[in-house]
Design a protein around this ligand. Structure first.
Ligand SMILES: Cc1cc2nc3c(=O)[nH]c(=O)nc-3n(C[C@H](O)[C@H](O)[C@H](O)COP(=O)(O)OP(=O)(O)OC[C@H]3O[C@@H](n4cnc5c(N)ncnc54)[C@H](O)[C@@H]3O)c2cc1C
Length: 430
């Protein structure tokens, strides 16, 4: 008889987990507070499967740039300090994670996971013929444009090191940038110091992928149902409590994105996850030749541009402002202005679809995949800025861990470093 797992959270990570477990013979129930899979942070994200761009947010360079970013109201980063223990501990851990040795360890681990993710997703897409058109999956390559020539030496060092780890990237001149992506001609070669070209990077619609995987998994969907806690029996989760209902199964997996920590805290399980808000705008393309075909990152503005069929998605910004999903009009205006400046005339700016989402970020940028330390309770969360890129590999890894099978990559870097408190022994709901 197959074992039954209940997954809490039907974002891209939860839906990928449902698909991976179903492939491995599990019966799956997938729960979400919202009324469709692929909402939350997965709805209108940057759409990048950026397998070679996994460098963590916490780096020595980020630490140096932090004061300048925070002082500029239009800068890519915003921080509203909160005198909360979990927030302050997260910040302290973020600063510790900025050490070079830590950044190298994390980058190596994330590259292994991202390459595994690419292989896993390609395998899944072969099993889902007919899905490709709705997913807008493409391999247009990724071009990162740098406007500051002073960054060149550091970028070259990074590329040389990442080449040893299996990335296929090259430094290109301004002219080569425009040859690779002719739509960039509008900003002119003088505005570009140099670029980095990665030919095998991909794009996909995250929400459509989540819906496709949820459906193909055959999971029982319990949508529009908020999980409020767990019923415990002798220190073991026995049932998931929903508003007015409960689900009793063999195993539970929390994939609730930025809300994962709050759901597990009453059990005494502390996860270091901070919501980092980002914004996107999706625009109809009205002049195909003026819109980029490659996926483009404007490094100085920290914005990404991705073509999804007849639409252009532009995403950016990082705000540590708590669980606040309000859309700041100035951020949306800045994204639209960047589209108009980089790709003038490409899109109809009057029909923009603004969006904001909360990246579930750990201090190190390493996701948390594995056991919570409580029997039968697992997590697959904390994917920060890379949840789409890493979802398939993370799901496959968790499925192996749950089956106590050897995985293709080392699971240790993702082992949730949870602090268990006595509360876990009590009944925890509410
Ligand atoms: C602006 C922006 C751009 C991004 N661009 C990219 C990109 O280009 N490439 C990339 O790889 N990543 C990108 N990301 C990151 C990526 O979107 C996230 O890492 C990913 O969506 C996280 O997925 P998730 O499934 O963990 O969380 P979510 O998608 O947030 O899903 C969590 C789900 O859990 C549900 N939930 C929460 N609490 C409960 C509860 N108590 N009961 C029931 N359900 C609950 C929520 O309703 C939600 O549906 C971007 C993020 C942002 C914000």
């Amino acid at each position: 008889m197959s074992r039954h797992a209940c997954i809490v959270g039907a974002g891209i990570v939860g839906c990928a987990t449902a698909y991976a477990l179903a492939r491995d013979g599990w019966q799956v129930t997938l729960v979400d507070a919202l009324d469709a899979p692929g909402q939350g942070a997965s709805l209108a994200n940057g759409a990048q499967l950026s397998y070679s761009y996994v460098e963590p947010l916490a780096t020595p360079a980020a630490l140096r740039a932090l004061p300048g970013w925070l002082l500029s109201p239009s800068g890519p980063l915003r921080w509203r300090p909160r005198m909360e223990g979990a927030h302050l501990r997260w910040l302290a851990a973020f600063v510790r994670a900025c050490r070079s040795a830590e950044v190298r360890r994390t980058t190596e681990a994330l590259l292994a996971l991202s390459f595994a993710s690419r292989d896993t997703l390609h395998g899944w897409l072969r099993e889902l013929p007919g899905a490709e058109p709705v997913l807008h999956h493409a391999r247009p390559g990724k071009l990162v444009i740098h406007r500051d020539a002073r960054a060149r030496a550091a970028v070259m060092r990074q590329l040389a090191w990442q080449r040893e780890l299996g990335c296929r990237q090259r430094l290109v001149t301004a002219d080569e940038c425009i040859a690779l992506e002719p739509a960039l001609a509008a900003i002119g070669r003088e505005a570009i110091a140099f670029g980095v070209w990665t030919e095998d990077e991909e794009v996909i619609d995250a929400a459509a992928l989540a819906r496709t995987l949820a459906q193909a998994s055959g999971a029982t969907l319990r949508l529009g149902r908020r999980a409020v806690g767990f019923e415990m029996q002798g220190g073991t989760p026995h049932a998931l409590m929903l508003q007015g209902d409960r689900i009793a199964v063999d195993h539970f997996i929390v994939t609730a994105g930025a809300a994962s920590a709050a759901l597990l805290r009453p059990l005494g399980v502390e996860l270091p996850i901070e919501p980092i808000k980002g914004y996107s705008v999706t625009l109809p393309i009205v002049d195909s030749a003026a819109a980029p075909r490659a996926s483009v990152t404007d490094q100085s503005r920290k914005m990404v541009f991705a073509r999804l069929g007849e639409q252009l998605r532009v995403a950016g910004f990082a705000e540590l402002t708590g669980f606040d999903l309000r859309i700041d009009g100035a951020r949306i205006a800045a994204l639209c202005a960047a589209v108009q400046e980089n790709f003038p005339g490409a899109c109809d700016l009057r029909h923009s679809q603004p969006w904001a989402g909360l990246r579930p970020a750990t201090p190190t940028s390493r996701p948390l995949i594995g056991s919570t330390g409580l029997p039968k309770l697992w997590v697959n969360t904390g994917h920060g800025a890379l949840g789409l890129t890493l979802a398939a590999g993370s799901a496959a890894l968790l499925s192996r861990l749950m089956a106590a099978q050897p995985a293709t990559i080392d699971a240790r870097p993702y082992a949730p470093a949870v602090t268990l408190r006595n509360a876990a022994m009590k009944s925890a709901t509410g």
